[in-house]
Design a protein around this ligand. Structure first.
Ligand code: HEM
Length: 407
């Protein structure tokens, strides 16, 4: 499946206006597709912020930039760098916007929580929750919205357990997720929600300080009391973990199911050889355009050559992991979903010091959801035509609004 619309050329060396338009389903951003082939280190300007920035799209260049300490996240704070959102999704001082050694110390605090052993223990819980959620869905009969019955509630329940969040926190978390991970809400709205989050998580931190539980949040509160992180860092790290789990896992696992149901030959091969599941999840991670636009930029601390282009000290640089995952120099027929693909690892979870904290958790939850599709829903199909599925708009991360299934 190619699914790549064409973008009009702007000419080499020009600053490309990147509207980051809404895209449906598995469609790939046409500007990313073209720049990757024609101008792999290009200048772009997005809707918000000021000026322009570099955009790096090739796999090798993306790996180089993200592994190079001469590109700083801390230097992005308080700079109105061109951006796809009116508000900064990641807070200053948070894990995404610090450099080593401060960043390393923050990451160490979460590493324990998300290591393979902890995630393996969570798998049993995730499988139990999945069985329970599916039983209810199957009991109610088709058609059913998978996002409402499984891919939404599963990460919510798992992350609420992991973080020791009270059950009544979930409706508010869903609302916060919608605002914080929007790409078009006014800054006043997002600022108000950020204040509310700080108050609420602050209150919970005081509670857990007095009465610690056996959860990651209590561990972070203990670290705060030991002076290892500030209250603002505690809140921003916890919120990133919770909102990412809710948003990205919901969207990604829903889109994985959509991709499989719209690639029936691939799905049939996977059903015939379920041992392929972990490799299939990796290919789905590579192939699915999980987000709109790009994530956080970096700022060069000195002049650096990237892909034959000189980036000057002080200039802002974005990398596109999505584009890198479609680099034809690394992946043969990159725009084709091929669950049997082997070879280079994808960059869907990023690369370098800021590599995604939740990668192991996401893989586990994706295997749980796709595994359930293979095992418990042998006749699953979309209950509407593929082009009738409605996709989120005005959001940072892409995914279906709902995914109506029949079986
Ligand atoms: C489909 C699911 C997910 C995808 C595709 C994804 C992808 C990414 C990417 C591309 C980055 C940024 C890399 C960079 O800044 O260069 C990142 C960072 C991060 N992710 Fe994820 N993520 C996912 C799920 C999660 C989950 C479930 C969690 C929480 C449990 C999480 C927590 C984080 C955090 C805290 C960071 C910041 C790390 C840092 O700056 O050091 N992510 N993720």
């Amino acid at each position: 499946m190619t699914d790549v619309p064409t973008a009009p050329p702007a000419g080499p060396g020009a600053v490309h206006d990147w509207p980051v338009d809404h895209l449906d389903g598995l469609a790939f951003d046409p500007l990313l597709h073209r720049l990757l082939r024609e101008e792999p280190v290009a200048r772009v300007r997005m809707r918000y912020g000021t000026g322009d920035a570099w955009l790096v799209t090739r796999y090798e260049d993306v790996k180089e930039v993200t592994a190079d300490p001469r590109f700083s996240r801390a230097l992005t704070v308080d700079r109105p760098i061109t951006s796809m959102t009116p508000h900064a999704v990641a807070p200053p001082g948070g894990v995404g916007r610090t450099d080593p050694p401060e960043h390393t110390a923050l990451r160490r605090l979460t590493a324990k929580a998300f290591n393979r052993r902890r995630v393996a223990a969570l798998r049993t819980r995730a499988e139990r929750v999945t069985a329970e959620l599916l039983e209810r869905m199957l009991g109610e009969g088709p058609p059913a919205d998978l996002t409402e019955h499984l891919t939404g509630p599963l990460p919510e329940r798992v992350v609420a357990d992991l973080m020791g969040l009270p059950a009544d926190a979930l409706p508010r978390l869903r609302e916060w997720r919608r605002v914080i991970l929007s790409s078009d809400r006014p800054v006043a709205d997002t600022a108000a929600v950020k204040r509310e989050i700080a108050r609420s998580f602050g209150g919970l931190a005081d509670l857990r300080a007095a009465q610690p539980g056996d959860d990651l949040f209590s561990e972070l509160v203990a670290a705060e009391r030991a002076g290892a992180l500030s209250r603002a860092q505690l809140v921003s790290l916890s919120v990133m973990v919770v909102l990412n789990a809710l948003d990205q896992v919901r969207n990604q696992t829903s889109t994985m199911v959509y991709a499989l149901l719209t690639h029936p030959a691939q799905l049939a091969a996977l059903r015939a050889g379920p041992a392929l599941l972990p490799a299939a999840v990796e290919e789905l991670l590579r192939f699915i355009p999980q987000r709109n636009g790009v994530g956080l930029p970096r700022v060069a601390t000195e002049d650096v050559a990237v892909g034959g282009v000189r980036v000057r000290a002080g200039e802002a640089v974005y990398v596109s992991y999505l584009a890198a995952n479609r680099d034809p120099a690394v992946f043969a027929e990159p725009d084709r979903l091929d669950l049997a693909r082997a070879g280079a690892p994808h960059l869907a979870f990023g690369h370098g010091a800021h590599y995604c904290v939740g990668a192991a958790l996401t893989r586990m939850l994706a295997e749980t959801v796709v595994g359930a599709l293979l095992r418990d829903l042998p006749a699953a199909r979309l209950a509407v035509r593929p082009e009738e599925v409605r996709w989120l708009r005005g959001t940072v991360n892409r995914g279906p609004e709902s995914l109506p299934l029949a079986w």
